[in-house]
Write a protein that binds this ligand. Structure first.
Ligand code: THU
Length: 145
């Protein structure tokens, strides 16, 4: 396993410790690596209004994007299940906005089981910004208009 993915898995496992999941008791940790080598991690955050739950993967992705980053090059997900679980459909789609088909996705659990797949495995034929064709515009610049 490449060292950078091992490091990302460690961050996902650590983030899982801070997950807030009192309703499902299903704790998840996730970490993303960005093109510039930074890492962002999060645990799932549930709510008494259950539908407002935010998955760990989206928590980590949203942190990276909020830091101004638009390119994610790897994702690690940590759960206590065997085999380790893969991201939900919503998180696959959100990842596809910022990551390519060959983006590695490393699934890990507390026993050290690992499964390395790609975003393309998880979400073939992903719908991406480029699919918007002519209606797709580059991001508007900030501080104008
Ligand atoms: N969960 C995640 O954090 N990521 C996933 O990809 C699947 C599900 C969370 C949501 C909820 O807090 C708990 O796991 C049970 O569904």
């Amino acid at each position: 396993m490449p060292e950078d993915l091992e490091e990302l898995a460690a961050r996902a496992l650590a983030a899982r410790e801070a997950a807030y999941a009192p309703y499902s008791r299903f704790l998840v940790g996730a970490a993303v690596r960005t093109r510039d080598g930074r890492m962002f991690a999060a645990g799932n955050v549930e709510n008494a209004s259950y539908g407002l739950t935010l998955c760990a993967e989206r928590g980590a992705i949203l942190q990276a994007v909020s830091a101004g980053i638009r390119e994610i090059v790897a994702l690690a997900v940590a759960t206590a299940t065997s085999p380790p679980t893969a991201p939900c459909g919503a998180c696959r789609q959100v990842l596809a906005e910022f990551a390519a088909d060959d983006c590695p996705v490393l699934l890990v659990n507390l026993e050290g089981e690992k499964r390395l797949i790609t975003l393309g495995d998880l979400l073939p034929y992903a719908f991406r910004p480029s699919d918007l064709g002519a209606t797709f515009c580059a991001e508007p610049r900030h501080g104008r208009g």
